[in-house]
Design a binder for this molecule. Structure first.
Ligand SMILES: Nc1nc2c(ncn2[C@@H]2O[C@H](COP(=O)(O)OP(=O)(O)O[C@H]3O[C@H](CO)[C@@H](O)[C@H](O)[C@@H]3O)[C@@H](O)[C@H]2O)c(=O)[nH]1
Ligand SMILES: [Mg+2]
Length: 193
């Protein structure tokens, strides 16, 4: 039986519709034992996103960003998170969007981006699916300073680290962002062999 036959949406209530949309969905779910059970769950919808690891195979370096993230700050972090460049799709294709976002945030202009996987990052509460890319960079591909869009409140630092430094920073807790840890581990396994 496919899942569509196990789910009946009964009601959708919009709890908040400001920057993005928070919905409360009431549904019946057919359990394995054949009984229908009513549940309600909140789901935060900010669309989908894309992220990328820029890497330099000869120098064994990667490009990361550092920016203030309020939700992490509210949860006890100093708020300045080291991350792979990333952006919301705003209905564009993931490839198209990640190229533009990379240049906006880091200044690097990349042509060939390669998708390595897709993942739901918080499937119990956030609808977003994230598309993960990798691309090679070199100093000649830096077309600007990056930094993000100041009018939108972005103030992004660009970091160039060796892969070994970055992997060490996962162990020390200096890197605590999920998508970033996933891409750095992917790099350790597949990109710098
Ligand atoms: N006014 C306002 N602006 C917001 C709000 N939330 C986000 N923004 C602004 O919307 C822009 C979103 O920037 P992007 O670069 O497109 O997205 P992102 O925040 O980097 O998101 C990426 O990383 C997230 C964290 O890992 C991912 O969740 C997401 O998929 C994406 O890849 C930023 O300028 C941000 O300040 C809000 O509630 N209010
Ligand atoms: Mg971003």
């Amino acid at each position: 039986m496919n899942t569509q036959d196990r789910v009946r949406i009964e009601n959708v209530e919009v709890l908040s519709d400001d920057w993005y949309v928070l919905r409360k969905v009431t549904f019946d779910f057919l359990r394995h034992n054949g009984a229908w059970q009513r549940q309600s769950r909140e789901a935060y919808d900010r669309g989908n996103g894309a992220t990328i690891l820029l890497y330099h195979p000869e120098r064994r370096t990667v490009i990361l960003t550092r920016q203030f993230r309020l939700p992490a700050y509210l949860n006890g972090h100093d708020g300045l998170l080291i991350e792979t460049p990333a952006g919301l799709l705003d209905l564009a294709s993931p490839e198209e969007r990640i190229r533009a976002e990379t240049e906006e945030e880091t200044g690097y202009r990349v042509q060939h981006v390669r998708k390595v996987f897709e993942a739901f990052m918080s499937p119990g509460s956030v609808t977003e699916k994230l598309y993960f890319f990798v691309a090679e960079y070199d100093s000649a591909s830096r077309a600007g300073a990056g930094g993000g869009v100041a009018e939108e409140g972005e103030d992004i630092e660009v970091l160039e680290l060796t892969l070994d430094q970055a992997l060490q920073m996962i162990r020390t807790g200096e890197i605590m962002d999920g998508k970033t840890i996933m891409l750095l581990q992917y790099a350790g396994l597949h990109l710098f062999t």
